[in-house]
Design a protein around this ligand. Structure first.
Ligand SMILES: Cc1cc2nc3c(=O)[nH]c(=O)nc-3n(C[C@H](O)[C@H](O)[C@H](O)COP(=O)(O)OP(=O)(O)OC[C@H]3O[C@@H](n4cnc5c(N)ncnc54)[C@H](O)[C@@H]3O)c2cc1C
Length: 448
């Protein structure tokens, strides 16, 4: 009898678990099903490049069907689970509910942006975690320039030309740096805005930017950003957001119509509906082998799970792609071991090998195996690293092509916000704006 192995979530952790299972399981010994709500893996470290237009949005994702050979991809949304009967509940895209049986379940459902109860935040701020948010941000900043160009009053125009990022981790710092780079490349096309100038503000609650990297590298990154005219406010938070302003702790009010929230993540809300034990932080409670507490056939990895960090005793692994990838590979081998196929169930052992923070304009900071890099060599290393890690030769070539094109040509300023939102067809027999029946043509058609 073939075993049923179900993987919930096809991001970094789930995808690498599926690929490893394809490799280690004997043919036809198990049915591996990967459930994901989209048919691609989002390569998040390249999201700032997509927002800044140096990369095509389609080139920062990996189509799962292209990369998986024997895994069955099931497109749908996990809604809950019944661990007592080994069942995962999945709603397909057309709304039908399926009960997927599993002998072994791997949960890799990732995380969402963690918001705080700040008045106006949810209503007015943008997130920067998904592809749609990155593209929405790009369209937003271009439309802000277009609107600002039509406004005669400098004070009102300033609201459209001010961009506030909250949270100076990977996403905030790289996102802001790439966006500032993009906008300073295109601002000359907007004469009024060019004379007035733009304002970028990075707000961070901790005392320094990039808590993930060594203090001297973070200081280098901070100097680089300040050198570009970006204002950095550390040790403070925001207290209120309106459609035209951001108020900081201490009372300072910044007139700004674009606020981007990148202040941390929390496990995807669906993990709380799986009937599995959680830690106080809401991540799935697992041991060092990534097995969920008290559930012998359920495993959890990535941002959704509190996998003990081998490098920091008593703490959970940080929510990074490099941890999710290694956990995916290890958990697949543990599942295979559990089914009697290969080796023993082993603990997760990975320690961070390095970090890269790409700041655009050929500038980055990096730390690899104890060696620190900054400036152009770090930027080159970061690009090489992502190229090596992007799954599939065709995807790698697309990245190289995009990067080369962006070196040779000017930036594209088309605002394609209407993509994916086509206008409705006019109703037959309806009444158009001018009171004329909608179906009647404006001028009589010539008979041919
Ligand atoms: C802008 C940005 C930049 C980053 N840069 C880096 C970096 O440079 N280096 C690094 O190491 N990390 C980086 N990270 C962090 C990294 O992206 C995450 O840690 C990593 O994606 C976690 O992997 P995962 O498998 O746990 O989750 P994910 O990769 O998020 O995968 C979860 C999957 O589950 C799917 N899913 C969610 N809910 C459901 C549902 N109900 N039903 C079905 N499917 C569902 C999602 O669509 C997704 O495909 C960055 C993150 C962001 C946002």
């Amino acid at each position: 009898m073939a075993w049923d192995i179900v993987i919930a979530g096809g991001g970094f952790g789930g995808y690498y678990a599926a690929r490893t299972l394809e490799r280690v399981l004997p043919p036809h010994s198990a049915r591996v099903t990967l459930v994901n709500d989209v048919n691609f893996l989002l390569y998040t470290p390249l999201l700032p490049g997509a927002a800044a237009g140096t990369l095509e949005p389609r080139h920062v994702v990996v189509p799962l069907r292209e990369q998986l050979r024997t895994t069955d991809l099931w497109l749908g949304r996990v809604s809950s689970a019944e661990p007592a009967s080994n069942c995962l509940l999945v709603d397909s895209l057309d709304g039908r509910r399926h009960h997927l049986h599993y002998d072994q379940l791997i949960v890799a459902l990732g995380s969402i942006s963690r918001t705080l109860p700040i008045p106006g935040l949810v209503e007015h701020a943008l997130g920067f975690k998904t592809l749609s948010e990155a593209i929405a941000l790009r369209n937003r900043v271009i439309s802000q320039l277009e609107i600002a160009e039509t406004i005669p009053d400098a004070e009102t125009r300033a609201e459209y030309l001010t961009f506030v990022f909250v949270g100076a981790g990977y996403a905030g710092l790289e996102g802001l740096a790439e966006l500032q780079d993009f906008m300073s490349d295109i601002i000359d096309l907007y004469p009024r805005c060019c004379v007035q100038g733009m304002r970028f503000v990075l707000v961070e609650a901790k005392e320094r930017v990039m808590p993930e990297v060594a203090p001297d590298l973070a200081a280098f990154a901070e100097r680089e950003l300040r050198g570009r005219g970006i204002e950095i406010r550390t040790g403070t938070t925001i207290e209120e957001v309106t459609d035209r302003t951001v108020r900081l702790r201490g009372g300072e009010t910044i007139p700004a119509r674009t606020v981007v929230w990148t202040a941390g993540v929390k496990p995807h809300p669906v993990v709380a509906r799986l009937g599995l034990p959680l830690t106080p932080a809401g991540r799935l409670d697992v041991d060092q082998t990534m097995r969920v507490r008290d559930h012998a056939n359920v495993w959890a990895i990535g941002d959704a799970a509190a996998v003990p960090d081998p490098a920091r005793k008593g703490q959970a692994s940080p929510p990074t792609a490099q941890h999710a990838i290694r956990q995916g590979r290890r958990v697949a081998r543990n599942v295979a071991a559990e089914l009697g196929v290969e080796g023993r169930v082993k603990p997760f052992k990975y320690r961070t090998l390095g970090v890269f923070v790409d700041m655009g304009r050929h500038q980055a900071v990096a730390s690899t195996m104890g060696i620190k890099w900054r400036g152009f060599p770090a930027w080159f290393l970061a690009r090489t690293y992502h190229l090596a890690n992007m799954p599939g030769m065709r995807r790698k070539l697309r990245l190289v092509a995009d990067w080369t094109v962006s070196l040779l040509f000017d930036r594209d300023t088309s605002e394609l916000g209407q993509l994916g939102h086509p206008p409705e067809l006019e109703r037959h027999g309806g009444v158009s704006d001018g009171g004329r029946p909608a179906s009647q043509p404006e001028t009589p058609k010539t008979q041919v």
